[in-house]
Design a protein around this ligand. Structure first.
Ligand code: AHG
Ligand code: MN
Ligand code: MN
Length: 337
């Protein structure tokens, strides 16, 4: 039956009925995230007009330059999550340690959130799509107390929801609670995210490969041979795969999710275990891709969602996208590495 519901808030509430014992806490948390996304969106759109572009001059815990918009997004999401009363703490890419919310309401919160507030920071100044990635877990420490580090070091399989916001030619929020993936486009005239991409499925195969090929010589032989294979003329399409790499995971992932493709970030000399962060980037995207029928694995072909994190800022090799393309890549890795 065609549903008449089309705003994100209505959709979230309607979907709550899928979880018979749900008390609306997750729904409220998602609603707060969506609100923060709108606030950040407003600032992203004004980025060229106000003095917010560029670097703060600080270096973050990852050893990278902090952009002003990183700070802004980090602060806005932290405020929204602190105020939601459903969340007892967050881990953000921009802070060394977890942030514990200590109000009585927050201490009673059932969830924790891991967040990459601004993904693709190097693209801010050049008007290329950027995003926000989030991941929600049920805490394992008792309610009524502040959050503990173990609440955050859970396998990706324990995520109760994950999603991302892409600030692109339009602004979209895509999320899953483990029952499919749905995408909502912000209608700026009414300030609402409206359902635009229901039940997204990633094509089984695609013809796009996304990797920073400047690092090619540092890749393992298996990954190199797979990339060489991507450049061969494909019998089905009579052309090679297309190389598409923006340098914002959110944007590269979103395009490949809709069109079919593979995104790779193998180990390099500078990033010995790959560059992409397990908690803030790999796990949330892995949950989404699996819910959309795709796959996400590391260098050994292990499912990303099964990896047990041992550090908040851990980075792992990431291969994510259309199922048949990942399986093909793993054949090359198994035969050559
Ligand atoms: P962030 O901006 O949050 O630090 O993430 C950047 C990540 C990811 O979004 C992107 O795919 C990758 O770094 C790009 O790295 P390279 O510039 O090394 O290709
Ligand atoms: Mn990122
Ligand atoms: Mn970031």
């Amino acid at each position: 039956m065609q549903s008449k519901v089309n705003t994100l808030n209505e959709f979230i509430i309607e979907r709550q009925a899928d979880f018979p014992y749900a008390k609306g806490e997750l729904s409220r948390l998602l609603t707060h995230i969506a609100l923060a996304a709108k606030v950040v969106n407003r600032e992203v759109n004004r980025a060229g007009l106000v003095d917010i572009l560029g670097s703060t001059g600080d270096i973050n815990v990852q050893g990278e330059t902090v952009q002003k918009l990183d700070d802004y997004a980090n602060e806005k999401f932290a405020i929204a999550l602190r105020g939601s009363s459903e969340c007892c703490g967050i881990a953000t890419e921009e802070s060394q340690d977890i942030i514990k919310f200590d109000s009585d309401m927050a201490k009673d919160g059932k969830y924790i959130v891991c967040i990459d507030p601004l993904d693709g920071s190097s693209n801010i100044d050049v008007n290329v799509s950027i995003g926000t990635i989030f991941s929600i877990y049920r805490r394992i420490s008792p309610r009524g107390h502040v959050a503990q580090i173990d609440d955050f070091l859970q396998e990706g399989t324990k995520q109760v929801a994950s999603g991302y916001v892409i600030f692109g030619s339009s602004t979209m929020l895509v999320y899953t609670t483990g029952r499919g993936v749905n995408g909502f486009t912000l209608d700026p005239s009414i300030g609402e995210f409206c359902l635009s991409h229901a039940d997204i499925q990633v094509p089984l195969s695609g013809n796009i490969y996304s990797v920073n090929e400047g690092n090619y010589k540092q890749f393992s032989s298996g990954v190199q041979k797979y990339i060489d294979h991507c450049k061969e003329v494909d019998a089905a399409t009579n052309r090679p795969y297309s190389a598409r790499y923006i340098g914002s995971l959110v944007a590269d992932f979103h395009r490949n999710l809709l069109k079919g493709g593979i995104y790779m970030y193998p180990p390099t000399k500078a990033y010995k275990t790959g560059k992409i962060r397990l908690l803030y980037e790999c796990n949330p995207m892995a949950m989404i891709i699996e819910q959309a029928g795709g796959m996400a694995v590391d260098n050994e072909g292990q499912r990303i969602l099964d990896l047990k994190p041992n550090d908040l800022h851990q980075r792992v090799p990431l291969y994510i996208g259309s199922r048949n393309m990942i399986i093909n890549l793993l054949d090359f890795i198994n035969q050559n590495d």
